[in-house]
Design a protein around this ligand. Structure first.
Ligand SMILES: [Zn+2]
Length: 90
């Protein structure tokens, strides 16, 4: 019953509606295969009511935003590049 509590897309900020088919993205640390490789992975899973409330889970509203999330991850290693990277280049 509480599965559609107010979620918004972490990419485009649209609000989730009950009929939307959303996805969850998690970034995690993995053991490096080789030195110098990014120690992270990008996981895309169908919306899950339980997992959607977990800390560190990103909510994406569909294919388009999932693709953008992947692009951000590939270019910056993060899904929140606007926020986290802006201050790092002083
Ligand atoms: Zn979106």
């Amino acid at each position: 019953m509480a599965w559609d509590e107010s979620f918004s897309c972490d990419i485009c900020r649209t609000t989730k509606l009950a009929t939307n088919h959303w996805w969850l993205v998690t970034l995690g640390d993995v053991l490096c295969f080789e030195e110098g490789q990014p120690a992270r992975h990008f996981t895309l899973v169908p919306w899950d009511a339980g997992a959607s409330r977990n800390e560190g889970v990103f909510h994406v509203c569909g294919e388009s935003c999932a693709t953008k999330a992947l692009e951000r991850f590939m270019s910056s290693g993060s899904l929140t590049q606007e926020v986290s990277r802006a201050s790092a280049r002083v």
